[in-house]
Design a protein around this ligand. Structure first.
Ligand code: ADP
Ligand code: MG
Length: 436
């Protein structure tokens, strides 16, 4: 009956609509006068429902001579074909269904927005509201602890909230790898493929982990293509710009670029303060502004560390029954703050900058005036000014210069970073490697 109905529709619809939306539907007769149509995902189901269902009902009724109720379902038609039944019962272990794994603690509401992450947040929200329609794939990239996973999960919730039937799957990339290996070992690759290709939205976290894993990339590539073609939403995160991940196949990199790639940057001072205040409030912790400023000033690299500091403060305050004052915080957070300081010291900056530009440490403190040495030296001085608490004379001394030279270097570098893309890139990379 369904086949006859399709043939009739062939005469009424354009070929593209027919083949995109209707031909792939899997019919199943259910009880008297009811026909179930299985659609691969919710978009297809919605689309068919909206544009074609009425006509389908009419045609079926005309063809069969009695009223037919058509119901759309999402998923695979439960199969009773011998072949499928057999492949399922042989070979032992069955693949457990993939779960959606959405941790409810991470939402857009408790994500604090700032210049560093507003684009990422906006893109994630867009995609969540219109999955499969705006950016596919959406890829968020940036250093650890900057909120990528948070946004990924938040997007997953909104999708599920707005479309309860939607199958949204969040998975760390390690999990994808191990699931695939398990499927390979137990001869379940077909099932694996089917499972992943039938989700409505696939959220994969930290795809840099795929680097060097050829079989996984191969499989992910095909999954990606199938989802992309089905207009099923793909959202990915990566700890750096995907083109920079070594060991990731070029064809995957190029596909990641089909949608939108958004950088999540380390939060600036004001954003760090609002994050601290908002988390403190959620923890019911009374956090005076000057303490928030202290922490935000000293801990620059990532949000997870800010949370760590708050947890320590809260625990110490509870144990001692004391109020959180500046002195109390300085004492309670001594370890947190000194780790940061040790990490970003002038010698450390000098070493990192020298390595980055392929110079020797001695070059930075030498009298050499070649441009190839002067620029890196100026950058190192500026980094010292920005990332440590040292005064201009102290920094000057560390570079065998006086404080006016340091001041001049800071001006030059700030200007350069604003106007020169190459310098900006160097600067960002240096900051990142020094602070994360
Ligand atoms: P990433 O995946 O980039 O390594 P996460 O998403 O795991 O980072 O974030 C680390 C922690 O910091 C999480 O607990 C997250 O909730 C929190 N966090 C990060 N950015 C923000 C933000 N803008 N507002 C609120 N919390 C944030
Ligand atoms: Mg993460």
């Amino acid at each position: 009956l369904w086949q006859r109905c399709l043939r009739r529709l062939e005469g009424e619809l354009n070929a593209e609509d027919l083949h995109t939306w209707l031909v792939p539907l899997q019919p199943q007769q259910s009880g008297s006068g009811e026909l179930l149509l299985y659609a691969a995902n919710v978009y297809v189901a919605e689309r068919v429902q909206k544009h074609f269902l009425e006509r389908i009902q009419e045609l079926l009724q005309a063809l069969s001579g009695s009223p037919v109720v058509v119901r759309l379902k999402v998923g695979q038609r439960p199969s009773d074909e011998p072949e499928a039944a057999e492949s399922r019962s042989s070979g032992g272990e069955r693949l457990p269904p993939i779960e959606s794994n959405l941790d409810a603690r991470y939402t857009f509401d408790n994500f604090v927005e700032g210049k560093s992450n507003e684009l990422g947040k906006a893109a994630a929200l867009q995609v969540a509201l219109k999955p499969g329609e705006v950016y596919n794939p959406l890829l968020l990239y940036g250093g650890t602890g900057l909120g990528k996973t948070h946004l990924l999960l938040a997007a997953g919730h909104v999708m599920k909230q707005n479309r309860p039937g939607m199958r949204v799957v969040y998975m760390r990339s390690e999990r994808f790898v191990s699931e695939m290996i398990r499927a390979l070992r137990s001869n379940r690759m077909d099932e694996f493929k089917r499972q992943f290709r039938s989700v409505d939205a696939l959220l994969i976290d930290d795809i840099q982990f795929f680097a060097g894993k050829d079989r996984t990339q191969e499989e992910f590539f095909h999954t990606f293509n199938a989802l992309f073609e089905g207009k099923q939403q793909i959202v990915l995160t990566c700890d750096r710009y995907p083109k920079e991940v070594e060991g990731l196949e070029p064809r995957l990199k190029s596909r990641f670029g089909w949608g939108l790639n958004v950088a999540i940057e380390p939060p600036d001072f004001e954003t760090r303060v609002s994050i601290l205040l908002s988390k403190a409030q959620a923890m019911e912790l009374t956090l005076p502004d000057d303490v928030a400023f202290l922490i935000a000033k000293r801990m620059r690299s990532n949000v997870r560390e800010l949370e760590g500091a708050l947890n320590t403060l809260s625990a110490r305050a509870n144990l001692s029954g004391r109020a959180i004052t500046l002195e109390f915080a300085q004492e309670a957070l001594r370890d947190h703050l000194s780790v940061q300081e040790r990490l970003v010291s002038i010698p450390n900056i000098q070493k990192t900058v020298a390595d980055y530009f392929g110079l020797r440490h001695g070059d930075l403190v030498s009298k050499r005036r070649q441009r190839s040495v002067v620029r890196p030296r100026q950058m190192a001085m500026t980094l010292a000014k920005e990332l440590t608490e040292h005064s201009l004379p102290e920094i000057g001394e560390a570079f065998a210069r006086d404080h006016t030279t340091v001041l001049h270097a800071c001006r030059v570098v700030r200007k350069l970073v604003e106007t020169d893309g190459r310098a900006r890139e160097d600067w960002d990379k240096l900051i990142r490697s020094l602070t994360s």
